[in-house]
Design a binder for this molecule. Structure first.
Ligand SMILES: NC(=O)c1ccc[n+]([C@@H]2O[C@H](COP(=O)([O-])OP(=O)(O)OC[C@H]3O[C@@H](n4cnc5c(N)ncnc54)[C@H](O)[C@@H]3O)[C@@H](O)[C@H]2O)c1
Length: 380
């Protein structure tokens, strides 16, 4: 059995994303399944080491997940040649410093999005990785959601005919901490611009790689943001002023003529199929895609309604949609991308989701913010 054993420095994983998606559901899951099996006699195995600032938190997280290595000394972890990969899930504004350190130490770098809050900084980080000749990647998890994978197959099979437009609705009510019995729900830095927060920088990064990879290149964007909730309660129970946008109303025009509209919000309540729902309309058929589900209506199945508010609607518009069958087993989206990155590092397989492509997400967010400020369409 040929084994590629990869030591992985996991930095900032005591946080929400780091713990749940990256440590537990990706790296520990890969470890527990015996690694990534390449062929009957070749596999990649993982050996994580947790790094961060707080000894107690690291120790507890490591123990709870059967991880033997952790340290508050990142330099030491970087100096160890057994650790080939550096992963970062710390909050956004810390990313640059860590990525630079890891690149200089010659580690392959994988990190959460956004890589930075300005395009200039995101491109600088990509350039540093390229200059040091290290493999690098950014989390673009939505590409491997079951719903999106089903959608991509429909597109490949020509189900839609010509795609005309796409409407995405993302969001849910994120508790502010103000209402009794309803503790604040997301880390407070998300709502402070000065700490790298804001829904535009958060979500437009996702919409960039999603749209680029599934529908086509974005030509221009028009965007309106808002801070609907002015004050929230922080981790210490103190009120703080929200300085970042909590909602984003974006319209994008693609090179191929498709119009995409995406609403992103932390201040809406859900009466739709899922936390993220996207409707794709084409001249031959439409689909409504959620995180897992995908439902279709072909031209032949499309009802012919008549506008008459004076009588009760005779058509149930939720009927007449077909649920796309589960074609395969869908692993956790973060884990799928991790496995691709591990293969990239161990076997040199291609991995297009690098820091340069991550910078495109930051670019869309920055242009969205500029469009809001200037109240105009901006070309990419
Ligand atoms: N891919 C996605 O869908 C997705 C979703 C949410 C968040 N994110 C991104 O993941 C990152 C983390 O978000 P989160 O929601 O987990 O935040 P979080 O606040 O829960 O976690 C942040 C982590 O960074 C650590 N940290 C902060 N400052 C540090 C420092 N100076 N040195 C070392 N560690 C430090 C914290 O201790 C914590 O472990 C953000 O960049 C965010 O944009 C991605």
């Amino acid at each position: 059995m040929k084994e590629h054993k990869l030591g992985i420095i996991m930095n900032g994983v005591t946080g929400r994303m780091g713990t749940n998606q990256h440590l537990i559901r990706s790296i520990c899951a890969i470890r527990d399944q015996g690694g990534v099996q390449i062929s009957p006699n070749e596999r990649i195995t993982v050996d994580p080491i947790l790094t961060g600032r707080n000894e107690d938190k690291l120790k507890a997280l490591a123990e709870n997940n059967g991880v033997s290595r952790w340290t508050t000394n990142l330099d030491e972890a970087l100096a160890d040649s057994e650790n080939q990969i550096f992963f970062d899930a710390s909050s956004t504004l810390h990313r640059a410093r860590f990525v630079e350190m890891a690149a200089k130490a010659g580690k392959a770098v994988y990190c959460e999005k956004p890589t930075a809050v300005t395009t200039e900084e995101a491109l600088r980080l990509a350039q540093i990785c390229e200059d040091f000749g290290i493999k690098n990647g950014v989390v673009q998890d939505k590409l491997w959601l079951p719903g999106i994978r089903k959608l991509k197959k429909l597109i490949k099979d020509g189900f839609f005919g010509e795609i005309l437009s796409v409407r995405g609705e993302f969001g849910y009510w994120v508790f502010t901490g103000v209402d009794e019995g309803q503790p604040a729900q997301r880390p407070s830095w998300n709502y402070r611009k000065e700490d790298g927060g804001g829904i535009m920088i958060d979500m437009l990064c996702h919409w960039r790689y999603l749209v680029d990879n599934v529908f086509g290149s974005i030509k221009s964007i028009s965007c309106r943001g808002a801070t609907h909730v002015a004050e929230r309660i922080d981790e210490q129970g103190n009120p703080y002023k929200c300085t970042a946008d909590d909602s984003c109303y974006a319209t994008m025009e693609l090179e191929n003529g498709i119009i995409c509209q995406f609403n992103s919000s932390w201040t809406v309540r859900v009466r739709r199929d899922d936390l993220f729902v996207m409707q794709v309309d084409g001249n031959k058929g439409s689909a409504v895609v959620g995180l897992r589900e995908c439902r279709t209506q072909s031209i032949g199945e499309t009802p012919r309604p008549v506008w008459n508010p004076d009588v009760v609607q005779s058509i149930d518009f939720h009927e007449g949609w077909k649920t796309v069958e589960e074609g395969e087993e869908y692993d956790n989206a973060f884990k799928v991308e991790w496995e691709l990155f591990l293969r990239h590092v161990a076997l040199n397989e291609p991995f297009p989701y690098d820091l340069r492509s991550g910078a495109k997400g930051v670019e869309l967010a920055e242009l969205g913010l500029n469009s809001w400020k200037a109240k105009k369409w901006i070309d990419l």
